[in-house]
Design a protein around this ligand. Structure first.
Ligand code: ZN
Ligand code: ZN
Length: 354
């Protein structure tokens, strides 16, 4: 369970509440997955409001300090709670509430609606992972690795990108993944120069690269890994670009130290790629946080000066993309631990010819 008191402390006084409606943040706070409902936090109470579909299951699983309230018309029930508690203003999630829902809340809620600060606070709380969260991210990664290792057996000239992607998705589910963490990127040949290429009918050929950017979801938590492998044979240029990306990845990994900034990690990778003359072919950030969302804070980019702290999970994923030729990306998730980041992936990163 997250440190809920951080959220309570965010409230300036006992007449202010926080209303969390996004599915991900509701799940983060109370641990209960539900497609609808709300979490309301005051100085005195932590409330999960759900309708009859979820009430019984929530009562069984949601732990104190949360109390579960059965609601029939969410906004009316929230108003009743806020009146009981003498709440005069309510923070809502400015990053996830739509304009339409915001208007509805402003009209229908009795307390004044506050639209600044709650999302930032929740993002900040989610930066630091509990041991249970790290376990779930690692479990998602192990599922991906098992599926990846097995799918390499069918990676041969003649197979399509689509076949590999479908097989991986199937195996991720067989091995216990709730679902894939995002639309899997399984691309080959010239397509590998597209950082977010979509798998299609392109056929694997001898001498091509194949890029896997893949992940699973386990108990709500995501994993993210990229491997680029050569099929059959590889040119000197492929070896050289691969090695440049690998060195950039390793340099960034060495910068994943508590007290460093996210920017320092990005710059470690970017400077290496720049110094090798490929800076213009590395157009994305070096990484991002991973957790209940596949992309969450912090963005690992040169302009983000978020200080890394123990138990953050970030990716390290530099790449070089040569248009019309090929691209290489290598990505692992790392757990920040003092001076010794923990690589959450167990799949080797050496150049591999399948
Ligand atoms: Zn990825
Ligand atoms: Zn990623």
């Amino acid at each position: 369970m997250p440190d809920l008191y951080q959220l309570r402390d965010f409230l300036p006084d006992d007449r202010t509440a926080a209303l969390v409606t996004s599915e991900t943040n509701r799940r983060y706070l109370c641990g209960f997955p539900a497609s609808a409902g709300a979490v309301a936090v005051t100085k005195n109470r932590f409330i999960l409001a759900v309708d009859f579909r979820y009430f019984e299951a929530a009562q069984k699983t949601v732990q104190p300090p949360f109390e579960v309230v059965r609601c029939t018309r969410l906004i009316d029930d929230l108003n009743r709670i806020f009146l009981q508690e003498n709440i005069q203003s309510v923070y809502i999630e400015d990053e996830s509430v739509t304009v339409a829902y915001c208007n509805e809340l402003q009209e229908a809620l009795i307390p004044q609606v506050l639209t600044e600060g709650l999302s930032a606070k929740l993002n900040e709380m989610r930066l630091i992972k509990s041991p249970e969260e790290v376990e779930k991210i690692t479990a998602a990664q192990r599922i991906t690795e098992r599926a990846y290792t097995e799918v390499l057996n069918i990676l041969k000239p003649g197979v399509t990108e689509r076949k590999i992607a479908v097989e991986l998705e199937h195996l991720i589910k067989v091995y216990g993944g709730e679902r894939v963490a995002f639309d899997l990127i399984c691309i080959t040949g010239e397509n590998t120069s597209l950082p977010h290429g979509v798998p299609g009918d392109r056929v694997v050929k001898e001498g091509d690269f194949f890029t896997f950017d893949i992940g699973a979801v386990f108990d709500g938590y995501h994993s993210d890994m990229t491997r680029t492998v050569a099929v059959g044979s590889a040119t000197d240029e492929m070896h050289m670009i691969y090695d440049t990306v690998l060195q950039a990845h390793l340099k960034a990994a060495r910068a994943i130290i508590a007290g460093n900034t996210a920017a320092q990690v990005d710059i470690a990778a970017r400077d290496h790629i720049d110094s090798c003359g490929y800076g213009e072919y590395f157009g994305h950030s070096t990484g991002h946080g991973v957790g209940l969302s596949i992309h969450e804070a912090p963005t690992v980019y040169k302009t983000n000066h978020t200080v890394l702290r123990d138990n953050m999970v970030i990716t390290d994923e530099p790449g070089i993309y040569l248009p019309g030729k090929f691209g290489v990306r290598i990505e692992d998730m790392f757990l920040v631990k003092g001076d010794n980041p923990v690589d959450l992936a167990e799949i080797p990163k050496d150049f591999m010819i399948i």
